[in-house]
Design a protein around this ligand. Structure first.
Ligand SMILES: *Cc1c(COP(=O)(O)O)cnc(C)c1O
Length: 229
């Protein structure tokens, strides 16, 4: 399939998932994850209108960011080492992988220097899989209280990754769990601003994630492709 066909195919599937769940199409944002593709393909994706770009390692993103930073909005979606916060803050508009206070401290320090406020998603390990990053759901309320000391971080929502399932329907409890956790935190924590966003759903499971309330889906292989395969 060409890029145009993939974009159309994904768009039709997003619209159908919104329809099934009574959601508005405009409430679901698409992040094109370009980590599997070249600089050239990233440029093509942006020219085709995919202007929310996700990358999960600064080393791999650097050349793409240098080439196209003013043509897209950049999302850092991978696990972030505290010593890389310097590179990421100020370049990426959103960080989806905030999962520990030491990282919050590093982000906050850099953000303060640049006089910016960084919108962040708190990453949650809903499935409990050992290989997955993120806080346990029971740890998030306390984490949000601790984050209040970092005035240059704006927690805007939660992020999770579901385990890969041959049958995407099986991911539903993970996505539903993240939505219910967000709603509960908004009811019970005294947050400065409510958590509105849910970053969840990848190529294999984005339709289920949308049905369960995703406001950002992160799509790599199905949308921009996977080169070298
Ligand atoms: C790679 C990656 C994606 C996209 O993966 P696909 O399955 O190719 O859509 C989404 N989110 C994160 C955190 C990733 O690392």
């Amino acid at each position: 399939m060409t890029l145009e066909q993939r974009i159309q195919d994904v768009e039709a599937r997003i619209e159908a998932a919104c329809e099934r769940s009574g959601r508005k199409r405009q409430d679901v944002n698409v992040i094109a994850v370009t980590k599997y593709v070249s600089l050239e393909s990233t440029g093509s994706a942006i020219r085709a209108g995919l202007t929310q770009i996700g990358e999960n390692r600064w080393q791999d993103a650097e050349a793409k960011w240098n080439a196209f930073h003013d043509q897209a909005t950049w999302h850092f979606i991978g696990s972030l080492q505290s010593n890389k916060a310097k590179e990421v803050v100020g370049r990426f508009a959103y960080i989806h992988s905030l999962d520990r206070l030491s990282l919050a401290k590093a982000i906050d320090k850099q953000a303060k220097e640049l006089e910016v406020k960084v919108p962040c998603f708190v990453q949650v390990n809903v499935s409990g899989e050992e290989s997955k990053q993120g806080l346990a759901p029971s740890e998030v309320a306390d984490f949000l209280q601790q984050l209040k000391q970092y005035s240059h971080i704006q927690p805007i929502g939660l992020m999770t990754m579901a385990p890969f399932e041959a049958e995407p329907e099986e991911t539903r409890p993970v996505f539903r769990g993240l939505r219910e956790l967000r709603d509960e935190l908004n009811r019970t924590c005294e947050l400065e601003q409510p958590l509105t966003e849910l970053s969840m759903g990848m190529s294999n499971d984005f339709e289920v994630a949308i049905e369960e309330g995703a406001t950002w889906v992160r799509l790599g292989s199905i949308l921009v492709g996977k080169e070298g395969e």
